[in-house]
Design a protein around this ligand. Structure first.
Ligand SMILES: *Cc1c(COP(=O)(O)O)cnc(C)c1O
Length: 547
């Protein structure tokens, strides 16, 4: 198969909607058959990629990787370079995503992904996605004025992390408005402050007096509503947007190069990436990197007690299952741990509290493509067969709450991935351990990153140093999840305030806020009304500004 085809096209994981361009998949988000977009081919790396790429900056590396998925006929190279440059100019670390060594004896490293504007890894993708949306809209609107200009209305629901990263990715973007719903009073104070203190006119926070599920239901109802779809071009920023996966591929390569340039790494070493996983977006980017040719020995899934993925990798069964009582690793269900009404368990790592992982569907497509067909079948037939299998599984998930895959599919999944489940107790122990350990004294992990390190330490017992290196992804800054850190390090309040808390967080909760309250009883139609009114007001203001 050719790797650098002039134009990369996209298909749906459920078999339909073939032959979309990159721009179409980014703006649509979800395929009309309910599937997720995937590239027709995973490009392979150019010859001598390692020697050519190893000294590139993060931005230049991103350009090389993105160029394998986006043809210059769609986004000219200079424009793509400029989008990338702007997307990462908001990061505080010159290296964008630096890799630090946590334990040189055990070969455990940490890839810090939290140096973007909201201090969480989602910035890496959402800063890029925001600029892409603006680029596509402004291009569509060239030479148009006033009401002729197309306008994009981004709508999302959040329990914290995605919302703030989306708002910072989209703030101030031309021809784009963003509406983010959050359950009123149910997101952490720092995240609520991050979202609602953004004063750009195109940013709209809606606090719903309900649960996160209510917010999600409103989003779904809006996307399904023919009326608003007639008058507004709606877009989504959730983790199924293909551009988010694409943007996340860069740091797997970047971290690999950081490692091979390090003296402690010798050529015979194997690398395992360990990823704190919720919706399977972050680790799916690692899968693409591996398929492109990055020599990662395994991708290690680290889940919290919402462990549908871990159970799949153990049994081949993918099933929703409310968590009852004690988990195998002991600890937990006592006071303060409420079972969420939908069966999701609230843990100390809320960004990973999921019932099902939406991006897992993309992996299922590749597994079934590989397992159920051979090179002698026509490619179009292989693709549609893979889509048929995925559709079948997803239907079973919907109607029966789960499905079981064949042994060959499970084995194929196990060839690329390992998995570990980490309890809240172990999360706390890991934060304590790393803070106190000689090699990492004073380093404070956030609870999500701690889950990655806990899994890395367990994996390192099986896949031993010195021949194996583990790179665990640090997905958030500890100050975002101060409650868990305080549970782990109650004696370190002063140290935390002085050494860990970023200046950006100081006084944030006292800044002025802009947020509209929505009563649950008003329903999604109430939200629709607010969206229509506020977009209208924004467009009128923009017209006045242009005159
Ligand atoms: C979103 C998030 C995750 C989970 O990432 P997925 O791509 O959904 O697997 C982990 N940690 C933090 C801090 C996050 O915000």
């Amino acid at each position: 198969m050719s790797s650098h085809t002039a134009s990369q096209r996209y298909l749906s994981s459920r078999g339909g909607s073939y032959d979309f361009s990159f721009e179409e998949v980014v703006l649509k988000g979800l395929a009309s058959d309910g599937g997720l977009f995937i590239p027709e081919e995973i490009p392979t790396l150019p010859d001598e990629w390692a020697s050519k790429w190893k000294d590139l900056s993060f931005q230049d590396l991103a350009f090389q990787i993105f160029s394998l998925y986006i043809s210059p006929a769609e986004i000219p190279s200079d424009d793509l370079r400029d989008i990338i440059r702007r997307s990462y100019s908001t990061f505080r670390a010159t290296d964008i995503t630096p890799t630090v060594t946590l334990d040189a004896k055990k070969n455990v490293h940490l890839l810090e992904l939290f140096h973007g504007p909201t201090f969480a890894f989602k910035d890496v993708a959402l800063q890029f996605l925001g600029n892409l949306f603006e680029y596509f809209l402004v291009r569509k609107n060239e030479g148009k004025t006033g009401r002729e200009r197309e306008h994009l209305t981004v709508i999302g629901a959040t329990s914290g992390d995605t919302g703030s990263a989306a708002i910072y990715g989209l703030r101030g973007k031309k021809d784009v408005s963003v509406f983010i719903m959050h359950p009123h009073g149910k997101v952490s104070p720092i995240q609520e402050a991050q979202m609602t203190t953004v004063m750009d006119a195109n940013v709209h926070n809606l606090a719903v007096d309900g649960t996160f599920d209510d917010c999600q239901d409103f989003v779904k109802a809006l996307f399904a509503d023919p009326e608003i779809n007639k008058t507004h071009r709606l877009a989504a920023v959730n983790s199924i947007n293909w551009a988010r996966i694409l943007a996340q591929i860069t740091y797997f390569f970047h971290a690999y190069f950081a490692l091979i340039k390090n003296d402690a790494f010798f050529p015979a070493s194997a690398v395992r990436f360990v990823v704190p996983t919720g919706n399977f977006g972050d680790i799916l980017a690692g899968f693409f990197a591996k398929r492109m040719g990055l020599p990662a020995e395994k991708l290690v899934i680290a889940t919290n007690e919402n462990d549908i993925l871990h159970r799949f990798w153990e049994s081949g069964k993918y099933e929703k299952k409310p968590v009852h009582g004690k988990q195998a690793e002991g600890g937990i269900p006592e006071d303060g741990v409420k079972a969420h009404e939908s069966g999701v368990k609230e843990t100390l790592s809320p960004a990973m509290d999921i019932l099902v992982s939406s991006n897992f569907e993309r992996l299922l497509w590749f597994l079934s493509y590989d397992v159920y067909s051979t090179n002698s079948d026509a490619v179009s037939q292989r693709r549609s067969q893979a889509g048929d299998h995925v559709r079948g599984w997803l239907n079973d998930l919907k109607s029966n709450g789960g499905f079981t895959v064949d042994r060959q599919i499970l084995e194929a999944a196990q060839a690329d991935f390992a998995s570990y489940r980490v309890s809240d107790d172990e999360t706390i122990e890991t934060i304590k351990y790393v803070f106190a350990a000689e090699s990492s004294k004073g380093y404070v992990l956030d609870p999500h990153s701690a889950i990655g390190i806990a899994a890395a330490l367990r994996s390192a017992e099986v896949s031993k140093p010195p021949s194996t290196h583990h790179i665990a992804l640090a997905t958030a800054h500890p100050a975002k999840f101060a409650n868990a850190v305080e549970l782990a390090l109650p004696e370190q309040k002063e140290y935390f305030q002085e050494k860990i808390l970023p200046a950006e967080f100081k006084g944030l909760e006292d800044k002025p806020r802009r947020v509209s309250l929505v009563q649950r009883s008003e329903g999604w139609q109430g939200v629709r009304k607010v969206v229509i009114e506020e977009v209208e007001a924004e467009r009128r203001a923009a017209e006045r500004g242009a005159h």
